[in-house]
Design a protein around this ligand. Structure first.
Ligand SMILES: Nc1nc2c(ncn2[C@@H]2O[C@H](COP(=O)(O)OP(=O)(O)OP(=O)(O)O)[C@@H](O)[C@H]2O)c(=O)[nH]1
Ligand SMILES: [Mg+2]
Length: 425
């Protein structure tokens, strides 16, 4: 079976806890703080890999787990970072978080990677905090927890041209005539339940990928027939070839045409705006010419008559496809620009941000902002409790994430008024 949807779980690792320790060396009367930072927990990434074709391996609700970061050590030793987990999926996999169906990314290019669960930051050990009022702090941060998410993976085919139409209109037959694909062909509806792909070489030297898609019926956008499954695939096609059966089906070809177009419109991706080539199939059948004449009166657009048996019209159709593809851009499914990270959100949310971050020289950063400075002044960091309160504020404001986005490196110094601490990756 062709699996094109899977629900899985991912868990990133927790950051290692920071350590509390003090130097006690023989000739150093008052040893300073020496607790190291915890290491970052592993993240989980998904990567598009052309060697994988289906989501078959994900069928039994799998879980991908990255390890936790190591705890910080006593003599200022850093805890080890946990390895990231990279999961390879087919090109064309789109990832959503199950909760609220939040879009996480579209793996539409070989090698593209998306982080789906971020490893927790390591906690700072007590050697990270430097203040004139609290020289020997006995506090450390715990590592940040990892994330746990349930994800929906959907594979959408990457075809240039999608064949659309009622069941049994001859879509698979057409694909078998123009490419090396060997889809199943039969005169009962819904012969094709999974799309077949074929590479079409046109005599002008161009080539494109054509997909024969499962037949569509009225109500498909609500899940009738193979409805939604089918529509999911066609989202990927740049060009639609709409096949109308002109043999004696007992149906009205123009009604067929309208029903299919209504279904495309009812599905939310504005499919009806894509270029569409209209094909009249089975022209070798009796009465087809008359039905074509009648149809031409009702449809203003050009109709290309074809027969898979006599091969009438096939070349005309392929030239038309290749010409239209040349002028049709790919359709992005989502505007990925809009999906950026935390620190953009913080500037958007607040008119006057709680804090600002500024790079004052290489590896040194300054935190400012009226509200932040006020909070700092009101927090008594000469006590360990006060310092802990300040650090949890810094964490809840996600200042480390902002530093990360601005390019801070592990071990950089962060200054907040007369208090200093280390940036931890
Ligand atoms: N006479 C004639 N019959 C055709 C032609 N093309 C296809 N057929 C017949 O129409 C029937 C259906 O063909 P398919 O290619 O399986 O149709 P389909 O559109 O893929 O159907 P589904 O997969 O069920 O949606 C088969 O019996 C084919 O032999 C044609 O050009 N002329
Ligand atoms: Mg078919």
């Amino acid at each position: 079976m062709f699996i094109d949807r899977a629900v899985i779980e991912v868990r990133s690792g927790k950051g290692g806890d920071g350590a509390i320790a003090f130097l006690r060396e023989k000739y150093v009367p008052k040893g300073g703080p020496a607790g190291g930072n915890g290491g970052r927990g592993g993240s989980v990434y998904f990567r598009a890999n052309k060697a994988i074709n289906t989501l078959f391996n994900f069928r039994h609700s799998k879980t991908f787990i990255a390890n936790d970061g190591e705890k910080g050590g006593i003599k200022n030793q850093y805890g080890k970072y946990a390895e990231d987990v990279i999961v390879d999926v087919p090109i064309g996999t789109v990832i959503f978080e199950e909760k609220d169906h939040v879009f996480l990314g579209d793996l539409n290019e070989e090698g593209k990677m998306i982080r789906v669960a971020k490893g927790g930051r390591g906690g700072r050990g007590n050697s990270c905090f430097k203040s004139s009022t609290n020289r020997v702090p006995k506090i450390a941060e715990n590592g940040e927890p990892g994330e746990r998410k349930r994800l929906i993976l959907e594979l959408k085919l990457l075809a240039d041209v999608g064949l659309v139409g009622f069941p049994s209109v001859g879509k698979s037959t057409l694909l078998s005539v123009v490419s090396a694909a060997r889809p199943e062909i039969a005169d009962y509806p819904f012969t094709t339940i999974v799309p077949n792909l074929g590479v079409v070489s046109v005599k002008d030297g161009s080539s494109f990928v054509m997909a024969d898609l499962p037949g569509l019926i009225e109500g498909a956008h609500q899940g009738k027939g193979l409805g939604l499954q089918f529509l999911r695939h066609i989202e990927r096609c740049r060009l639609i070839v709409h096949v109308i059966d002109l043999s004696n089906t007992g149906r009205d070809p123009y009604e067929d045409y309208k029903i299919i177009n209504n279904e495309l419109e009812a599905y939310c991706f504005a499919l009806e705006k894509r270029p569409q080539i209209i094909v009249a199939s089975k022209m070798d059948e009796e009465g087809a010419e008359e039905r074509l004449k009648a149809l031409k009166k009702k449809i203003k657009q050009e109709i290309i008559p074809i027969s898979a048996i006599t091969e009438e019209g096939i070349d005309t159709l392929l030239y038309k496809c290749s010409a239209l593809l040349k002028e049709t851009p790919a359709f992005p499914l989502f505007d990925e620009e809009k999906e950026e990270l935390d620190h953009k959100t913080y500037t958007l949310e607040e008119e006057e941000p709680f804090f600002t971050v500024e790079r004052i020289k290489q590896h040194v950063w300054n935190i400012g902002g009226e509200k932040m400075l006020k909070f700092y002044k009101m927090t008594n960091i000469s006590t360990d409790e006060g310092m802990m309160l300040l650090m949890s504020k810094i964490r809840s404001l996600r200042i480390d994430d902002v530093l990360e986005n601005m390019g801070a490196e592990d071990g950089d110094t962060v200054i907040l008024d007369d208090f200093e601490f280390e940036y931890v990756r």
